[in-house]
Design a protein around this ligand. Structure first.
Ligand code: FES
Length: 56
């Protein structure tokens, strides 16, 4: 599922970035470009990141 429509980033890509050590929205933005344009995806991206971190 697409999370960030501006950059075409999926929840899968976010999860794998978090698994590879991405710890913050800032880092996520740097690596994938999530949330750097319109910003509408930020809340869901953060949610996915948290979920993924909680699974560890
Ligand atoms: Fe992610 Fe616009 S949907 S920056």
């Amino acid at each position: 599922m697409y999370v960030c429509l501006c950059t075409g980033v999926t929840d899968r890509e976010i999860r794998s970035a978090v698994e590879d050590g991405c710890q913050s929205m800032r880092q996520l933005g740097k690596e994938l470009g999530v949330g750097r344009q319109c910003g509408r995806c930020a809340a869901s991206a953060r949610e996915i990141m948290r979920e993924c971190q909680a699974e560890d």
